[in-house]
Design a protein around this ligand. Structure first.
Ligand code: ATP
Ligand code: MG
Length: 429
């Protein structure tokens, strides 16, 4: 193997055991909350036909133009590592015949792949929690979905996230606006970069989404979309705002929020933070009433969002709200041979009878001094000690490993599980 073989792929990260507790805190909180709001988990493949993403996301997007991991497999199929989850979920709804007028509240979590320039908060493999409500026209579901995201931050202890919302109107209403926007940018062609010149013909709305700092002035002068909304979209948006007000959820209306992907209509929203530097979007979503029919399913309104797990984990780290990393509860210290074999049986019994507890048995031998050193490092509150003498008498020593946990005690091996369970219940609930 060349030395390159043991380097990680650029922009793809390992999540090491000393940070996993923050991921688990996020995942378990999200799982609980989505359950409470009536969403069911589903899982879709990481790989789909390239054509699906081209059709779903749109040709004139950074994702499709530059960022997809596409390849031809050994059978000559054009495939892509998913850059986002909505397309795959919609594909699954269609190919499994789940639409037919039904309504679904779904979510999934997993890795996404985009060939971007890696930097803080921006990676080539990253993770999203993706939530979709299919078959609902809103605006009630729009408000409830946003309330769900607000509840995330609250449960995760994250204070530094602000909500921005906007309405993109319907695709028809957008056509008008698109024409006006194209006319404006044509007048300012000299200020546009190469990507924007290409998008000017294909989809000028995408220019508003440009991250090029040199273009922010020309973007700031562009006509605004809300002034061109159709009456129904205006009413939809007004009702959404009234519902958010009723829920006490603060928001800013950002008329320039158009979102990176092509398929949105009406409600779009984004949670941004000032705590992560340039990568400020932590959760983005919107309504996509036209996507399902565009992909060949029966016309079905839908709304969803994706949360960037790495960025939220960084916020959790800053806030310090994740419960501490896992530590052992009990560490068994045993003399070689016969006592060790008994300790092994005792460890198995403890794991069976105290399934929520972390029970570590000293492995790889060592004298008592070395074993106690390991016991200490394991974070355990209690050591169970078994030597030849204890074995002969059928007992085991319970030795608290931290100050203030009481005195050592001796119990019979037969009673050890019960005694340890009671001991932990009062000291480490
Ligand atoms: P950005 O403006 O930061 O590029 P985006 O508009 O491309 O984001 P979406 O496609 O809406 O993002 O994805 C939803 C969320 O996924 C984002 O809000 C962000 O938190 C996260 N995300 C997107 N791309 C990356 C990436 N390359 N690395 C880490 N997180 C990402
Ligand atoms: Mg992006």
């Amino acid at each position: 193997m060349s030395s390159q073989g043991v380097q990680p792929v650029k922009g793809m990260n390992d999540v090491l055991p000393d940070e996993i507790h923050r991921w688990q805190f996020l995942e378990s909180t999200v799982r609980e909350l989505l359950h409470a709001y009536g969403y069911d988990e589903m899982r879709v493949p990481v790989v789909e036909h390239t054509d699906l993403f081209k059709r779903a996301i749109g040709e004139y997007t950074d994702v499709v133009e530059k960022e997809m991991y596409s390849f031809e497999d050994k059978g000559g199929e054009r495939l892509t590592l998913r850059p986002e989850a909505t397309a795959g979920i919609v594909r699954a709804m269609i190919s499994n015949g789940l639409l037919r007028g039904a309504r679904h509240k779904l979510w999934c979590v997993g890795p996404m792949f985009r060939h971007e320039k890696p930097q803080k908060g921006r990676f080539r493999q990253f993770h999203q929690i993706d939530v979709e409500a299919v078959g609902f026209a809103g605006p009630d579901i729009d408000a409830e979905l946003i309330a769900l995201t607000a509840a995330f931050w609250q449960r995760l202890g994250i204070g530094r996230a602000r909500l921005q919302i906007n309405s993109l109107g319907t695709a028809e209403a957008r056509r008008d606006y698109r024409a006006k926007l194209a006319a404006y940018f044509r007048e300012h062609e000299a200020a546009l970069d190469e990507d924007s010149l290409r998008r000017l013909e294909g989809n000028p709305l995408r220019i508003l989404d440009s991250k090029n700092t040199d273009m922010q002035a020309v973007i700031a002068g562009a006509p605004l979309l809300p002034e061109h909304l159709d009456a129904e979209s205006k009413a939809h948006f007004a009702e959404l705002c009234a519902m958010l007000d009723a829920l006490g959820i603060a928001y800013e209306i950002n008329p320039r929020l158009v979102r990176g992907l092509d398929y949105y209509s009406r409600t779009v929203f984004e949670w941004v933070t000032d705590a992560l530097g340039a990568q400020d979007a932590v959760c983005s979503g919107g309504r996509y009433d036209g996507l399902i029919s565009q992909l060949g399913g029966e016309a079905t309104p839908a709304i969803g969002f994706a949360m960037g797990v790495e960025r939220v984990v960084a916020l959790i780290e800053q806030a310090g709200t994740a419960p501490a990393a896992a530590a052992a509860d009990v560490y068994l210290v045993a003399q070689a041979e016969a006592p060790l074999r008994t300790a092994m049986r005792l460890a198995e019994a403890l794991r069976r009878e105290l399934p929520a507890r972390r029970i570590e048995l000293n492995l790889g031998g060592g004298n008592f001094k070395a074993q106690f050193r390991r016991a200490d490092r394991s974070g355990a509150a209690l050591a169970l000690v078994l030597g030849d003498d204890e074995l002969t008498r059928g007992v085991v020593q319970m030795k608290p490993l931290r100050e203030g946990l009481g005195d050592p005690a001796e119990v019979t091996i037969d009673n050890a599980s019960t005694a340890v369970g009671a001991w932990l219940a009062t000291r480490r609930p």
